[in-house]
Design a protein around this ligand. Structure first.
Ligand code: HSE
Length: 323
């Protein structure tokens, strides 16, 4: 760590609340959960970003990158910065923040990198301000960050990052977020090392849906939510089907069909594209199956000759965590 960054970690700026700096871990998330485009998501226990925030006497948001990604330092162009600026609009008693970003979740990976940045920033700021805002307020601020990242305000990564667990975004205008109970699930993620920009992956989608496809899709969404609540693994597995988005987007991901078929043969309940990709996720009943699924994923990408990362983890019930 260079001395400039160390200085900010060490800074103890008197705040309204606890004083000094607040550090949080902000989780990766899986949006859509196959059939619930823009309305379903869950948080992961791994990987996480780490953010440190403190109050500043300077107006606005000063950003310091302490990671490998060289993200914009202009707060209006930075996902965390835009979310914090939205929060500052509603805190006239606060001048600004120092914000240190230590990201581990690679941008463009499909596991909610931008949401981790936006959600982590506003949850950390809220701790600094003695939790004056509700979780719903924080989702509202964080969506300004998503807009910077993808041009659209969607909450299916942000809401689970802030609330933890599985969340349903019944509506974003006005916000209506519902936490969904779910059984213990193990999640395997493979991230083939290509970048898919969410904005591009949204642009290729068809704007019209056939009624027969819509009927299938809402049957699956209702089945998936019921499967979670009833802890019915078979129903969850049957409902992990997407007839609208996946057929269009999967062409952007080498090996997708092979991964899906072989992971199910290895015992996964099912899965699909994580968010807008290129990561693919699979749900399993237990860790032994989740590890077998990981081996299958590795095998597919070894054969293709494409670099990849994998994660075997569980659903994070807490969301952004204070360190
Ligand atoms: N629902 C969004 C999409 C999630 O699929 O475009 C992006 O992470």
């Amino acid at each position: 760590m260079n001395q400039f960054i160390q200085k900010y970690y060490d800074t103890s700026i008197p705040s309204l609340g606890s004083g000094g700096a607040v550090k949080v871990l902000s989780p990766a998330t899986v949006a859509n959960v196959v059939c619930g485009f823009d309305i379903l998501g869950f948080a992961l226990n791994e990987p996480n970003d780490e953010f440190t925030i403190s109050l500043s006497d300077e107006k606005g948001v000063t950003i310091i990158n302490d990671d490998a990604y060289d993200l914009p330092l202009d707060p209006e162009k930075n996902v965390s910065g835009a979310a914090l600026l939205a929060l500052l609009e509603e805190t006239p008693d606060i001048k600004g923040f120092h914000f240190i970003s230590k990201k581990k979740i690679k941008p463009g990976s499909g596991i909610g990198s931008s949401a981790a940045s936006a959600a982590g920033a506003v949850v950390a700021a809220n701790h600094l301000l003695n939790n004056r805002f509700t979780k719903e307020d924080l989702v509202r601020f964080a969506m300004f960050g998503e807009k910077v990242a993808s041009g659209v305000k969607h909450a299916d990564n942000i809401a689970p990052a802030i609330y933890g667990g599985v969340t349903l975004i019944r509506s974003i205008f006005p916000l209506d977020i519902v936490s969904i109970d779910a059984p213990e699930l193990h999640v395997t993620v493979v991230h083939p090392q290509i970048e898919v920009r969410t904005s591009d992956a949204r642009q290729i989608l068809k704007q019209r849906v056939l009624l027969k496809d819509a009927i299938k899709q809402w049957g699956n969404i209702a089945g998936l939510v019921a499967g979670f609540i009833k802890h019915d693994y078979d129903l969850i597995g049957r409902s992990l089907e997407d007839v609208i988005i996946e057929p269009v987007r999967s062409i952007l991901i080498p090996g997708f069909d092979d991964v899906k078929k072989k992971c199910k043969e290895a015992g996964a309940l099912g899965g699909g594209i994580s968010g807008s990709g290129p990561s693919i996720f699979m749900l399993s009943r237990n860790e032994v199956i989740a590890r077998a699924v990981e081996s299958v994923m590795k095998e597919v990408y070894e054969n293709i000759g494409l670099a990849y990362h994998t994660h075997v983890t569980t659903i994070n019930q807490q969301g952004v965590k204070l360190l």
